[in-house]
Write a protein that binds this ligand. Structure first.
Ligand code: HEM
Length: 234
């Protein structure tokens, strides 16, 4: 029964509020009305968190941000919004400029998808996906990293207002070509680095072997000399 229903029901029973009995009844009506209202509020309670709430599709989307649009929201000055993305959701963290604003301990996350940094517990900006790269799928994260990121996602959802979703830049032919070139350059660089390491390793092995041969030869020469000396003595 709602508080209004109880109150109006008792009011209908109390035509003369000046009578003591009727005043008691009126008091009771007030008590039930307040209790009912409080209990309705308690039952409502804070929304329970579920990971489903932070998926890209179920977040109440205000707008979509591409990584380059998000990068504009880096809070570099008080007039610039300060946003960061966690698991595909963009949060307004303008209330925490001390953390994410210029000079703050987590300024590296400003205007960026912070997911990988949070998952790995690393500040290094090189860990984060380049602004012009496709959105980090985070597929390679292990169980512990995923759990760490889930905890951060819960934290951000509880503390900050989600302002949108992180979405990929449109895939134009130019962008596709640029990404393919970047990927090829990266592979070539990795190959060159690997070859250089192998070359250095081979050179070190040769040098070590030459040194060892030299030592062995010196030891052999010393042994021969010693044996000649001892033969002379005999
Ligand atoms: C060197 C070790 C670290 C120390 C001493 C430290 C210290 C702190 C402190 C004191 C807070 C504030 C907590 C509060 O408001 O109750 C905080 C918050 C935070 N820390 Fe760290 N932290 C460290 C490492 C890290 C690392 C490795 C990361 C992730 C890469 C990180 C990310 C954060 C984030 C995202 C917040 C929340 C800021 C917010 O309220 O929005 N911290 N840290």
């Amino acid at each position: 029964m709602s508080s209004d229903t109880i109150t109006s029901f008792l009011r209908s029973l109390i035509p003369d509020p000046s009578s003591p009995l009727q005043l008691v009844l009126l008091g009771l009506a007030g008590f039930f009305a307040v209790r009912s209202a409080l209990s309705a509020r308690a039952n409502k309670g804070p929304a329970k968190f579920s990971m489903a709430d932070v998926t890209e599709t179920s977040v109440p989307t205000k707008r979509d941000f591409t990584p380059s649009e998000l990068a504009q929201c880096n809070g570099q000055d008080d007039a610039t919004p300060l946003h960061i993305a966690v698991r595909g959701v963009v949060y307004d963290v303008s209330t925490a400029r001390g953390f994410y604003g210029p000079g703050g301990p987590y300024a590296n996350f400003a205007g960026r998808d912070a997911s990988r940094g949070l998952a790995l517990g690393a500040f290094d900006t090189s860990i984060l996906t380049d602004v012009d790269d496709p959105i980090d799928t985070l597929e390679d994260l292990d169980k512990a990293e995923n759990e760490a990121l889930d905890e951060w996602a819960t934290f951000f959802k509880g503390k900050y207002v989600p302002v949108g979703r992180l979405v990929d830049e449109p895939m134009t032919p130019e962008r596709k070509a640029a990404l393919e070139k970047k990927e090829e350059d990266k592979k070539n660089k990795e190959k060159e680095e690997k070859e250089l390491k192998e070359k250095e390793k081979a050179e070190k092995e040769l040098k070590d072997k030459a040194e060892k041969d030299e030592k062995d030869a010196a030891a052999a020469a010393a042994a021969t000399e010693e044996s000649t000396e001892s033969k002379k003595d005999i």
